[in-house]
Ligand binder design. Sequence first.
Ligand SMILES: [Fe+2]
Ligand SMILES: [Fe+2]
Length: 194
Amino acid sequence: MDANRKELKQFIRPHLTEERFQHTVRVTDTAHHLADIFGGDAHKIEVAGMLHDYAKYRPYEEMRRWIEGSVDVPKDLLNYSPVLWHGPVGVKMLEKEWGALDKDVQSAIASHTTGNAIMSIYDKLIFLADYIEPGRDFPGVQEARRLAEVDLDKACLFALDNTIRYLMSKQQTVYPGTFHAYNLLQKKQEEENG
Ligand SMILES: [Fe+2]
Ligand SMILES: [Fe+2]
């Protein structure tokens, strides 16, 4: 898995729009910046960042078949928006089309759209980088960026809270993994605050 950025770019390029390709590069650079503050192996971050949206534009029917046919992809995804599927399904497609991936990389790609009940440093870095990369523009992004410079957990919690509120304000469903991630980090804050 000793791929460099040039190889990763060549691999993902045919699968993404120009806009999504640029987003991918910004996410990876942002994740490296966060890792400079909070730690993390640069090579794992490079691979996870560059591959995180690999499956974004695959047909939903193809993704559905992967979810149905893979024992380690949560089946409850099928009850939620297909825009969430490209994370977990991307890991399966990459196993086949790219090759073996490190477990931390797999987890970060799988959980980048939803968050998860357990979040490793890599899960948090990619999730947050995806949320705050410089191309993002939505209410709250400035605050998320500010928090991201000082406290990784607080920044992730802010992003999860903002996402859940947004979905609810639009009367959309919220994937349980997102609530699990929110609860995990909220509980941690409560413990830290005594
Ligand atoms: Fe994504
Ligand atoms: Fe993304």
